[in-house]
Design a binder for this molecule. Structure first.
Ligand code: IMJ
Length: 261
């Protein structure tokens, strides 16, 4: 793994939401921040993810490993009060959380239920607002950076992405409004739109292997991306090199998003 200045994140504190296993994009970002000297906190949802996340977090000497269901305001309050008690401040928030019901990620979008819409938008989009509003008082005066993960299905139709496309569109718009509100406090907010990577979020998706092959064939670089590419961009955005970038959705997709026919 290559990084920027190896000392850029010394004394910086990062909260990482959304590590599920060693393939998670959030994990690649955490590794890059750790390599630059950042101290880390991780969250997990439920016992089975705790068993996966804890050893990973400990391997980077994480200061905090805490439970967090992003749909529960009380759990979010507890999370941020524990961050405040331990660190007193926060420099980076990595939001890499999404969920839609399985039945809403296949078949026809037109059949999406009210509850399926509510669930996908709550977990995948509102959670950025909910975490940003609690991070704000800890980030003030820290040239802080908030990063979330998105996907091209927010912009154009990707078969089966369905309600997640709508949730990611809401997420990308939220990035702009949050960037506007938090800008005066020097808190930057950006989204990374990653090309397809075989993570847990992609497991079980029909024809994902075929999709990876065709995306490689069609993108300008003829290469798929890796988690490490996402970690590198996140490190850039958190570093002083990214100090005037806010409200943006940046693509790490080997140029796939520029293609028309
Ligand atoms: C997900 C669904 C359909 C097509 C997809 C994806 N493509 C890609 C993804 C082409 C790349 C992965 N992705 C970008 C996501 O945001 C996935 C989110 C997701 C995945 C699941 C799977 C298991 C489940 N709910 C989920 N909710 C969100 O039950």
């Amino acid at each position: 793994m290559s990084n920027l200045n190896p000392k850029w994140f010394e004394g910086k504190k990062a909260l990482v939401l959304g590590v599920a296993n060693e393939r998670s994009l959030a994990w690649s970002i955490a590794q890059h921040l750790h390599q630059g000297g950042a101290q880390l906190a991780f969250t997990f949802l439920g016992d089975s993810l705790e068993r996966r996340v804890r050893p990973l977090a400990e391997s980077l000497q994480a200061d905090l490993i805490l439970p967090c269901n992003v749909t529960d305001d009380a759990q979010l309050d507890t999370l941020f009060s524990q961050i405040k008690d331990k660190w007193g401040s926060l420099d980076y928030l990595i939001h890499s959380v999404a969920f839609a019901n399985k039945e809403d990620l296949e078949g026809r979008f037109v059949t999406t239920s009210r509850e399926g819409f509510r669930m996908a938008l709550d977990v995948s989009a509102y959670s950025l607002i909910a975490t940003a509003q609690r991070a704000e008082p800890l980030m003030e005066g820290h040239e802080a950076s908030i990063i979330t993960l998105t996907y091209y299905g927010a912009k154009k139709v990707v078969p089966n992405y369905n309600i997640m496309g709508v949730a990611k569109a809401a997420l990308e718009a939220s990035v702009r409004y949050l960037a506007y509100d938090l800008g005066p406090k020097k808190i930057r907010v950006n989204a990374i739109s990653a090309g397809p990577v075989k993570t847990l979020a992609a497991a079980g998706i029909r024809n994902f292997k075929t999709m990876l092959a065709s995306s490689q064939e069609k993108n300008p670089l003829h290469e798929n991306i890796s988690g490490d590419d996402v970690g590198a961009l996140a490190a850039f955005l958190c570093s002083p090199l990214g100090k005037h970038i806010t409200g943006s959705t940046l693509y790490v997709d080997s140029g796939a998003h520029i293609m028309g026919g």
